[in-house]
Design a protein around this ligand. Sequence first.
Ligand SMILES: [Zn+2]
Ligand SMILES: [Zn+2]
Length: 366
Amino acid sequence: MAAKHFYQVLGVTEGATPDEIKKAYRKLAKQHHPDANPGNPKASDQFKQIAEAHGVLSDPEKRKKYDQMRRLGGFDRGARGPGRSGGASRPGGGGPTETFDFGDFGSMGLGDIFSSIFGKGGKKEPQPQADPLEVALEIPFRTAVLGGKIPVTLAMNGSCPACAGFGAAPGATVSQCPECTGRGTISFGQGGFAVNRPCPQCRGQGRIPSEKCGICLGGGEVRSEKTVTIAVPSGIDSGTKIRVKGQGEAAGTGQAGDLVVTFDVQPDRFFTRSGLDLECEVPVNLAQAVLGTKIKVRTVDGKKVVLTSPPGTPAGKKFRIKGMGVVKGDRKGDQLVEIAVTMPEQLTPEQQEIFKQFADQAGLAY
Ligand SMILES: [Zn+2]
Ligand SMILES: [Zn+2]
């Protein structure tokens, strides 16, 4: 996989506005969503790259740092991308790279590169906890309103079961890493200041095995599918993010990172949302509008409510069903039912005659 900058991944210019980034992301995420590409194993990788690029570029703070990093030349060295999707899985053998490149930090993730360069968090030891894994999740309208649980199967990097993430073959002896003399970090100058980075030789562990694990080729990680059940809170909107602790990717012997889910709410055919209120439209015929009627209306939780529409109810009249809207915390919206009056398209000559009689009697000009 060729290295691509986040801007390239989303197909936007470096001066792109947040809106342009959002639009590009939406379009690509739909196109490459694994659900839309069954049987295409590349789709989930592409989808992840897109989500990762969006995760950084849509956050003004992260984007600023990313741009700074790029100006420092940090991302031009690697043969693979800076993100997890590039280096961590090490597909197809070939062994881990010995040369120093950003791909070696695949499993450490962008956040760690940032923190080691900018000193954010002030960590001395390289923390093996993986970066949060960001995914976009499309959810049905009803689930967004009412909340619920949704199982999601994600392709992610996990700790290698054969070596428990240590990267050592069975029976291998483990000795101090000569590159970093066991510290797990190396420091070197770049852009006029010295920075500490996780040691690429031992992947920040400070030790190296005499023989590498044959399953993960020493990387300590394997790629696998994992099903995570996402608890969707009630009353969420498109763009709402939740963080699921410890359900993201694992980096070597480190703890699994978090999973960050961004929801995309599918539109509903009957309901539209307006703040906490749910709006819907119910058709009645001319006779019902004129003479009055009872109408059965579906609520979002699947119940039926009977409304009495009095004689002479005009089109556009709105009825309010209290408490049947979106529930968010201790606030509750209503359901607003708008009356649409359907007109008879064609009248027979007899019907026309009767209608004219009615109009004459009611004093209606026509
Ligand atoms: Zn292994
Ligand atoms: Zn080392």
